[in-house]
Design a protein around this ligand. Sequence first.
Ligand code: ADP
Ligand code: MG
Length: 230
Amino acid sequence: MTDWVIETRNLKKIYQMGEIEVRALDGIDLKIERGSVVSIMGPSGSGKSTLMNLLGCLDRPSEGEYYLDGIQVAKMKDDELAEVRNRKVGFVFQSFNLLPRQTALSNVELPMRYSGHATRSRKEQAGLALRAVGLGDRMTHKPTELSGGQQQRVAIARALVNDPAIIMADEPTGNLDSKSGREIMELILNLNKTRETTIIIVTHDLLIAEQTQRIISLMDGKVVSEGNPE
Ligand SMILES: Nc1ncnc2c1ncn2[C@@H]1O[C@H](COP(=O)(O)OP(=O)(O)O)[C@@H](O)[C@H]1O
Ligand SMILES: [Mg+2]
């Protein structure tokens, strides 16, 4: 039996803009296997960010069902949704989104503060996550004292630290030079292999998407093609 970490049925997000109905997502049926790495592609306005927000429990659908790690989240209240998000989802953004005045270690500890870990275990786990991304010797550096690639590594460590069911990465290499971008992709694929974390990457870049196991293409809020790049 396949173990689906994500399952959606007829997922819709509809915005009512005065007279006009915008179907940002128009009936998405999606299953993502636990431990896989998939990419989501599609032109601007096709619904990628809306889908990311729903899958990452940042927002709720207008209609349809969404099971994340077996939990039906589509109809949860805000506080319940925030709880599931904190436990089950790690985020990596194009612009890193680190706190500028905090050290790498404090940045990585942050998700554990919300989930109520003791200080000591927080520091230990944050340290382990930073070592896992190759930054064991940069724990007390602040973001401005790190290169772009290193900042994205800190963000990846932060995404990992609560051992989430899924990591959502929105254009994770978009702000990096090509060498750092390749290294970050290598790291992401490596973490997927060694930790079996499910990873979902939104990207415009076919070279990135081709490194994933499956490409999901969106158009006008619908899945138009899915495939294995081989
Ligand atoms: N908050 C919103 N209110 C109204 N329309 C929105 C909102 N967010 C997104 N949309 C519309 O939904 C569609 C999908 O947007 P989005 O998910 O941002 O696409 P993408 O990330 O692929 O560029 C677009 O037509 C966009 O204009
Ligand atoms: Mg977008």
